[in-house]
Ligand binder design. Sequence first.
Ligand SMILES: CCCCCCCCCCCCCCCCCC(=O)N[C@@H](Cc1ccccc1)C(=O)O
Ligand SMILES: [Zn+2]
Ligand SMILES: [Zn+2]
Length: 447
Amino acid sequence: GAIQIPTVSFNPGEFNTTALAAFGEYIHKVFPTVFRTSFIQHEVVGEYSHLFTVQGSDPSLQPYMLLAHIDVVPAPDQGWEVPPFSGLERDGFIYGRGTLDNKNSVMAILQALELLLIRNYIPRRSFFIALGHDEEVSGAHGAQKISALLQARGVQLAFIVDEGSFILDGFIPSLKKPFAMVSVSEKGSLNLMLEVNKTPGHSSAPPKETSIGILAAAVSRLEQTPMPNMFGSGPLKMTLQQLANEFSFPANVIFNNLWLFWPIVSRLMEREDITNALVRTTTAVTMFNAGIKVNVIPPVAQATVNFRIHPAQTVQEVLKLAKDIVVDDRVQFHVLESFEPLPVSPFDDQALGYQLIRQTIQSVFPEINIVAPGTCIAQTDSRHYTNLTTGIYRFNPVYLQPQDFRSIHGINERISVQAYETQVKFIFEFIQNADTEQRPVSHLHEL
Ligand SMILES: CCCCCCCCCCCCCCCCCC(=O)N[C@@H](Cc1ccccc1)C(=O)O
Ligand SMILES: [Zn+2]
Ligand SMILES: [Zn+2]
């Protein structure tokens, strides 16, 4: 039902408002207990986002927050095995836009809470559920407003759990077993517009270089000159160290001795697009606009480059590197938007959020031996909540293979019915685990 409502975000400020409103009505209908429970306050923020405040019975426990988003990226029918907004189930999978990003989390959080309430569960620790409606276009109207609202109320959170990582299966060739990566940091971004202006004229007597040619060369230099490999800075080294013993020989020896073999490993990571994104600031030329007519020398050429900034670099550093690569003063640089990488959240033994995620993984996925800290290569709504907590964890309790990763924002996005049920179970247990003082010891209710 949730997948059938096309809550598409097209551009900043450009949403399917009819669908967003319908989604609000839908969750009222399918989770009636959540909405009628006296200790749960529901507020609509920024017109279409939802904030639930679940008042726990023990005010001495610091609250936490579960995040998810109800909007999705567009999905033209082409290439899909089933229409993207049909929500059809086929061979045990629910297909559709949002099944992994991120209506699975929206529905699983509310479903788990509904089930707990039906069983008369009363949480001890207060928590918030924030469901943004514009994450896919930067979160300015949803997450940012919820964050400001909670800040104005003086709320400080123990931790936040959002989307952004998974139980990863098959992303590192010599690693045979899946492992859970909990992202403790998030890359930043810089959207840079490069522009070249030239005097227009008749194409029959062209200048040696046009604005298009100059810009194309600049963009090509950016593509051909990757930003520096930052292997060794940030959580990646720790991720690999924790995984070391899961590799077969000789990779296990290599990963156990990164002090010696780091040059080989850092080169290996560069080979695949996804692992490359973990070792450096990436450069993606995403838009190119130029030319007005076939026989007119183009007056202006513009290209937009989307950099995803490694946690060990800053926006200013990347901007300078980009200018140093282009080295052409005919090319103007315009910063359209930027966001610094997020700091690394604690993941030591005392880090409540991280430890609760780890222990719930051990309970719900007993076959998973390794829970490792990582970096989210994309951006999430959680970046708007750094004013409320230092503990931001990005983890979806769902198995993800490389082809599933490509389906996110791509075609044939799907989740198995069993994976969705397990996600509900995970949150059902997580909420109960968060009610124990330090470490979860036993569960009051079994699903
Ligand atoms: C050693 C381990 C190697 C394995 C690495 C595998 C990494 C795979 C992780 C999969 C991550 C999937 C992330 C899903 C969340 C996507 C969130 C998203 O798309 N956000 C948008 C937000 C945005 C930002 C700015 C403007 C508009 C939207 C994004 O583009 O980042
Ligand atoms: Zn998402
Ligand atoms: Zn997305």
